[in-house]
Structures are given as C-alpha cells and as structure tokens.
Design a protein around this ligand. Structure first.
Ligand code: ZN
Ligand code: ZN
Length: 256
C-alpha cells in the first residue's frame, strides 16, 4: 500500500479513523496562549484576510510534540508495516523534531526516510494544535464575514463545500483543522465568476449527493455534499473517501 492509496483502501481508512481519534484526544491537551488569543486578533484576521496562524504561530510544547510523533509512528507501523524500518527511524529521531527544525537536513542525513512519509507524520503531529485553535475560534466568531476560499485558521484551501438544502446556504470546510465558514452559493471560489453558464457541476451516476462544482473560466473545482453528510471531526476521512471525485475532476483538466 503506498501513501497515495491510503484514502482508497479499507486499511488506510481504518488508519485515518485511529489518527483522528488520537488527535481528538490530544486536542484537549493543547495550550493556546490566552493573552494573545482574543477578539482583537480575530478582528485583525478578518480585516486583513490573513489566517489566524500567520498571527499566532503554532506553539506546541516540545515534549507534547515529540510524544505525538511517537504515538503516530506506532499507528503507522501497525497499518503501513511495509515501511516499518523508515517509520522506526523517524520515531527514533523524534528528539530532533521541534518548531523551526531543518527538515531538509534531516532528510539529507537519513536517506532511508522519504519526504512524503515524514511530511505526513509531521502534518498529523501539528494537527491537534490546529484543532484546538479552530475550536477556540468557533466559540468566539461565527465566521460569516470571512468569505475566502482558504481557511481562516490554517490557511489551507477549502477541500469540501456543503449545501444546506433548507436555506440554500453554502459552507466551505477545511479538512485539516475542520473549520467551516459561509461562502456565497453562486460564485466561483477561486475567481469570483458569477456567470452561471460557466459554473457547472457533475456527479457519479449512483450518488447525486456527492457533486463536483466547477468553473470553466478558471478551471477550478470543489467537491460538494449535502450539509447533513458532514460530520466535522470526520472531514479528513470524507475528503479521503471521495478522492475518486478529485481524480475525475483532474482528468477533466480541473484543479483544486
Ligand atoms: Zn484549516
Ligand atoms: Zn473560477
């Protein structure tokens, strides 16, 4: 099983579920600096259109971060045993991982470790902090005025949209930190195009609840589901499970 196949396979999805459960558990242990996180920083974020993380960089304690890497590596060994040697090497090196580390130097020195696996593990090790930050922000602001195609917390491009059938509202979702925010329904996320003849959608024959909305002008797309289908904490899993739609869209010349 390669890392690219993870979303497709049953084993890969089982791993995703374990990782999500671990990250939810670790979320409550994160310490967000109270003196810096307040209404003022949120107002600045919205005014500048700059994700929160650019104003409040992640500050996970070294021990918490390294312990998270250790626990993630144990899960990866269990589900991706064919890369056990590489994962164990990452696990043994964890004391070298901290904010501001030189990843390229680590990869250069440890040739057995491939960049894709290290990036995946580190990305998942930071995630509990982002989940905690996103939850704090949700309690402070409903994000109805954000209206950008990227996440207000971590800056990732929205990976999914959902439509509320009752009031016709559209929400965008970040599968990394699970933030959701309002976005006008009949406009392209990327270029703002509102010409409905250039805004189209398609879906797989057997499931009209799962659609790909495209803009033929700038060739961008967004996977779109009915609101009820979204379970916030499972967003990374939903994103992975619908990777066939990404492949279809890419085959038609669209990009995320
Ligand atoms: Zn995010
Ligand atoms: Zn567009």
């Amino acid at each position: 099983m390669s890392l690219n196949d993870l979303g497709f396979s049953k084993k890969g999805q089982a791993l995703y579920k374990k990782i999500i459960a671990l990250q939810e558990e670790l979320k409550s242990q994160q310490v967000i600096p109270e003196d810096q996180f307040n209404q003022d920083i949120v107002a600045d974020m919205i005014r500048d259109g700059a994700p929160l993380i650019s104003k409040l960089p992640p500050c996970m304690g070294r021990d918490t971060f390294q312990d998270t890497i250790h626990r993630l590596c144990l899960l990866f060994i269990q589900y991706v045993p064919e890369r056990k040697g590489e994962i164990e090497e990452i696990m043994n090196l964890r004391s070298q991982f901290y904010a501001g580390m030189d990843i390229q130097a680590i990869l250069k020195e440890h040739k057995q470790i491939k960049a894709d696996l290290l990036a995946l593990i580190l990305e998942n090790a930071y995630r509990p902090y982002y989940l905690a930050l996103a939850e704090k922000l949700r309690n402070l602001n409903d994000l109805n005025t954000w209206e950008k195609h990227y996440c207000p917390v971590c800056g990732e491009t929205a990976s999914l949209a959902s439509l509320d059938e009752q009031d016709g509202q559209r929400f965008l979702w970040c599968s990394y930190c699970t933030t959701g925010w309002h976005f006008r329904r009949l406009a392209c996320l990327e270029c703002g195009n509102i010409n409905h003849e250039e805004l189209k959608y398609f879906y797989l024959e057997d499931d009209s609840n799962l659609q790909v909305h495209t803009c033929t002008k700038c060739k961008s797309y967004i996977k779109t589901v009915r609101r009820g289908v979204i379970k916030q904490k499972n967003l990374p899993l939903i994103d992975a499970q619908t990777v066939c739609l990404d492949l279809l869209a890419e085959r038609e010349g669209y990009r995320r």
